[in-house]
Design a protein around this ligand. Structure first.
Ligand SMILES: Cc1ncc(C[n+]2csc(CCOP(=O)(O)OP(=O)(O)O)c2C)c(N)n1
Length: 372
């Protein structure tokens, strides 16, 4: 395989001045020469499906948050406000494509068809990875910031060597772009023109650190230094996100190499259920982004298209309620694994060290038996 490193070119980035948007806040359709050709099949029915997806994703988020507060899950990283940034690209994936995400990629997991019992086990700390990655083609949630971008790039390089047209999607946050892993992934993806798409959900914060402290330039400018084309997109516009992802996946699939998408959005909830965002951001900022709600915007667009919104809302609510009920049942009835299970699946064959640790745990458990 020959290696060519493209020269840095700021012209590789679009949307730097103003993120690409095709749905305005009032739901009206804005023309966009780049994105429009990739949205020709999106009629009222297709937009309704995206709407229902987002409502279900939001309900999953709300229910999981409540389950955590009620002690049925142990931790939850909310995605409130980021529904469009995930649903748009998720619905542009083929079943065969792989997702390598962080811990906040709940829409991808849901839309890729994760088993909710396995999903609940992850956030109940009952499982190392939860679901079978091969089955749904989504890697386990990655807690090490940015590491999944390397996994996605490695997968994409292998896909190219196999002459497969499977594409890898790496999802990470704004904070992750400061990590070496993400920058190394960009180098490799560019050098090998790997079929990988980097989706950076710029939700404005890395826990309490605002993105403006991490970068003086738009994040979408960075990949151009690696020779990677980039799009800065309104992450609260599900159609713009869908079209941008279609462009990127098509480029990857047809041998055009990697693409970087910066979804400009906002995390309206806390970083996780253990965080208090009131300590580092003010109410006005939250209100400003609440007014840009991604679901409200699609409701307005559907209204403009003449959809029967009463029926659409009712249908979405039924689907969301079903999902919430299933998740709750899974979380409440999950069976705790035996403590020894934490030593399994670490290695194919347990090492002496693992066996020693397991023996120590058993001895300790036996020593306190009856004292609890
Ligand atoms: C390598 C590494 N460093 C630090 C952390 C601690 N940490 C957990 S989440 C987080 C912030 C990540 O922010 P961002 O990439 O913007 O993603 P977001 O959580 O906003 O989705 C940090 C620093 C970690 N998990 N891994």
């Amino acid at each position: 395989m020959s290696i060519t490193v493209p020269a840095p070119d700021p012209a590789l980035a679009v949307g730097l001045d103003c993120p690409l948007r095709v749905l305005d806040l009032d739901g009206s359709r804005l023309p966009d020469a780049l994105l429009d050709p990739h949205l020709t099949d999106i009629d009222e029915s297709a937009l309704t499906n995206l709407y229902v997806d987002m409502v279900r994703v939001r309900r999953l988020d709300t229910e999981a948050f409540a389950l955590t507060r009620q002690g049925h899950l142990v931790l939850w990283p909310p995605l409130l406000g980021q529904e469009a940034a995930q649903v748009g690209p998720a619905r542009a994936l083929r079943t065969e494509d792989w997702v390598f995400g962080s811990y906040r990629e709940h829409a991808f997991a849901l839309l890729k068809g994760v088993d909710l019992a396995e999903f609940a086990n992850v956030w109940k700390a009952y499982a190392h990875g939860g679901w079978d990655p091969q089955e749904i083609r989504m890697a386990p949630a990655q807690i090490i910031i940015g590491a999944q971008s390397l996994h996605a790039t490695g997968f994409a390089m292998a896909s190219k060597l196999d002459r497969s047209d499977d594409v890898a999607l790496a999802c990470f946050g704004d904070g992750a772009t400061s990590e070496g892993d993400v920058n190394e992934a960009l180098v490799w993806a560019s050098a090998f023109q790997a079929p990988v798409v980097f989706l950076c959900q710029n939700n404005q914060y890395a826990i309490s650190e605002p993105v403006r402290v991490q970068s003086g330039t738009p994040l979408a400018l960075r990949p151009t230094g690696f020779g990677i084309p980039s799009m800065r997109v309104d992450g609260n516009d599900v159609l713009a996100m869908h079209a941008a992802a279609r462009i990127a996946f098509e480029r990857a699939r047809s041998g055009g190499g990697p693409t970087f998408i910066e979804a400009v959005t906002y995390r309206r909830g806390p970083h996780t259920t253990t965080d208090d965002p009131k300590r580092y951001r003010d109410e006005a900022e939250l209100e400003e982004w609440t007014a840009k709600d991604p679901i409200d915007r699609v409701e307005r667009a559907l209204e403009r298209m003449g959809a029967n919104m009463e029926a659409v809302r009712a249908e979405a609510k039924i689907r969301a309620d079903e999902l919430a009920k299933e998740l709750r049942a899974a979380a409440e009835h999950a069976v705790a694994p035996h403590a020894d299970a934490m030593f399994e699946h670490v290695y194919d064959q347990p090492t002496k060290r693992i066996q020693r640790q397991q023996a120590e745990r058993r001895a300790f458990a036996a020593s306190i038996e009856g004292n609890r």
